[in-house]
Design a protein around this ligand. Sequence first.
Ligand code: UD2
Ligand code: MN
Length: 521
Amino acid sequence: MHKVLSVDVTLVPRDPQAPGQFGHPVSVPDDKKEEAKSRWKEGNFNVYLSDLIPVDRAIADTRPAGCSEQQVHDELPTTTIIMCFVDEVWSTLLRSVHSVLGRSPPHLIEEVILVDDFSTKEYLKEPLDRYMSQFPKVKILRLQERHGLIRARLAGAEMAKGAVLTFLDSHVECNVGWLEPLLERILLSRTKVACPVIEVISDKDMSYMTVDNFQRGIFTWPMNFGWRQIPQEVIKKNKIKETDIIRCPVMAGGLFSIDKKYFFELGTYDPGLDVWGGENMELSFKVWMCGGEVEIIPCSRVGHIFRNDNPYSFPRDRVRTVERNLARVAEVWLDEYKELFYGHAYHLVLKNLDVGDLTQQIQLREKLQCKNFKWYLENVYPDLEAPLVKASGLLVNTATSRCITVENSTLALEACDDSKEHQQFNYTWLRLVQHGELCLDPNGPHGAPGLSHCLGWGHGQTWLHRSLAAPQTQLSHHLISQHLQQPACLEVDPSHKALRVNACHSGNPYQKWQFGNYYAD
Ligand code: UD2
Ligand code: MN
């Protein structure tokens, strides 16, 4: 073994006075403010400043103490760097490539594949070919139509010769010692997916900034990626060190190394995912549930320009593309938990989204004998709040303190008894009040509210309650059916034995209901 190599051709920069040198912030001179402003949209960051900064600038070594002393194996696998771009800014693209070539041990870089995803800018054609011809390892793959990030990466992967694939965005700066720790993990176990810590290159002043340690990649419903710090007490209790590897429920998506054969065994990305978004969820679930692991390696650090908006156009509507991608992922991987996804993105239910054909993906999951999503939640992401229903148990009426009871297919009101199966209901993420396989229907089999077979959305069986009903003025304890002529509320009829629906009144206790247990607002 050997100590991690500290390859960095910029340790002694050519021009220490140059703007942005050492990752320092740069400010736009007063007389250039207009120009800087007008060029912002070329990349949705400060393109004017980027162009002033040397393409091979030095940056500070931001690794935690101890990283530079770590040992790695002599026989690390080689890697192909795959960097996709569409209309990337010239200076940032060059800086990305320079940082790879200048801060990686040359013998580990099999090649750098730049995948041009049908860019429109002239400078990315012949001038880029000419510039890169000085680097024999850099290859440019020109796609003849827009593939989108996901399929562009696959085009790069198809031609890659290295044992490991390392994906990077086209506006990054790799820091010293970034590569060997990633490859080391994969050498130890080929099913590990190794991610660097993603540091921040400011979109405004182009400074290179380190980030807090102990961050995990997580998601919140409906599958929004985010970062979450490991709680201080957990760090203390488990004596987690800054250099310790962090298991991640999901990866950010842009920067990671994966064994090439393993990536293909996993079926790469779902080819039904389009352009951009959600592919990080898909790969993370697939890796974890099918026997692998996703990790952040604190000793590997790469800066990335985070931008508020994509600087390129989407072939189709951006929001719809991402939504459809996420729904595909939910359908294939979430099992019964997909109700949480749809419950938190209910507009997708309303618009009856078409996610396309899933047979291949479902077959793949079977072939790989992947575990289920419940296993993933329990073992990989136990801190995610994921109750399968919003509320459950008895359904108690406030005025009478009596409970809805199922008698054959009709409903009555009786004294509450939690041990009675016939008084148990679920309030689901899809807004159904469910008793076993049956659903509370304002127009039940006998005209009055009763139980019918659950028919899904659009069949008048959905009810608003609590936070869903609250915006509708003071009705948060009510059960509001939206599908009648007028929104109507479930109420106890004057006999106190039966149910009916009637115009909603906020103060009416005969219209107020409470479930035994609430798991979500
Ligand atoms: C994040 C990821 C990104 C990807 C994305 C979508 C990081 C740092 N970034 O958003 O890698 O996983 O989430 O889920 O984790 N590109 C193409 N063709 C396209 C669109 C983009 O080649 O049609 C390129 C683009 O030039 C860039 C890369 O793909 O180099 C990622 O795109 P981005 O930077 O707009 O995504 P980002 O960082 O907002
Ligand atoms: Mn990016």
